[in-house]
Design a protein around this ligand. Sequence first.
Ligand SMILES: *Cc1c(COP(=O)(O)O)cnc(C)c1O
Ligand SMILES: [Zn+2]
Length: 416
Amino acid sequence: MASFATGLLCRECGATYPTEARYSCEFCFGPLEVDYDLEAAKGVVTRASIEAGPSSIWRYAALLPDPGVEPVDLGAGWTPLRRATRLAEVLGVKELWLKDDTRNPTGSFKDRVVSCALSSARRLGFTTAACASTGNLATSVAAHAAFIGWPSVTIIPSDLEKSKIAMTAIFGGTVLGVEGNYDDVNRLCVELVAEHPDWAFANVNLRPYYAEGSKTLAFEICEQLGWTMPDQVVVPLASGSQFTKVAKGFNQFIELGLVSGTAPVLFGAQATGCSPIATAFAEGAEVVTPQKPNTIARSLAIGNPADGPYVLDNLRAKGGDCGSVSDEEILECIGLLAQTEGVFAETAGGVTIASLRQMIRRGTIDPNKSIVAIISGHGLKTLDAVVDTAVVSATITPSLANAEEALNFLRLVSAS
Ligand SMILES: *Cc1c(COP(=O)(O)O)cnc(C)c1O
Ligand SMILES: [Zn+2]
């Protein structure tokens, strides 16, 4: 089904533009987002029309930016929504679900946004894929570019996890390491956009199209819950884009009459080592003050989050909250999730679960209402974080006696 996108809309002053290669407002320099004619979509975009679509984010093509002839579809999205009964019991909540985005083609939720961004980029005539990245975006851009035979230029902090660098470089594009943090990388990319107008920086000049991909998390959650909405959703925060677009996704489904009731309350999740939004929320601050990141949750380490103010507004208006968790808690909760549910998440997943636990403990998340936690990246991406603690139980020479002795010893140790 054709897209119901009608144009770009300034998020600050409401000015409108066609769906062209533009990312900030001519009048106020505000960020732009894709706008839709939901009136026209009503009754045309139905549960049945969606269910007849492909097993990827493109089942929601009518509610995404127009991909032109065909989308750049490596299979992003339509990831499992798992009931997490054992973790729910540990956390003392009634109904918990995991949106398992570790299952995307390159192991993170970024495949959703990149599939959208590069589809629009191809429609708009770009021929090179690029991005400013904390890691996962670079991997996804490089993979999707390889898939369509485009060159890619991905720009990352040079001290990222080796596993993330390897996972990006393997796709054959140019990977540029910058001695600095993500915010330095991002500033550099804004300058590069001006010099290379023919490069599609997924999250800079293609940002309005990129961001729409995150809505599909909300769409899938509703559809997978049998066309109902959960009560509460915990969303990891880097730039805050995923959070704001998950909110937009639930609202669009309500407006289209595809689900009934009120939109879920959204909760943010940050690492204390990079918690500008959690801090502003806790302090009741008007603005989000940038922070120099220092956390093992590298994929969320954006000290100056572009969507921070919009997340803050949503949290305050809707009764949400935002977790802020230590690196120790992140590691502990990667283990907790793995050991209760068999799901191995990267550090961002540890941030989500630790934040969920924190907000349950302080009573802002209601344990009697349903909860969805978004697990946004695979544990293999951040092996560095766990290789020193997740180790063999014992090492022996190969004899039955040694094996029995070691197993007996380990049984005694674990019993005590
Ligand atoms: C990028 C990313 C997010 C969220 O990013 P936003 O900039 O807030 O949209 C969450 N989890 C992982 C693993 C990511 O890579
Ligand atoms: Zn404007």
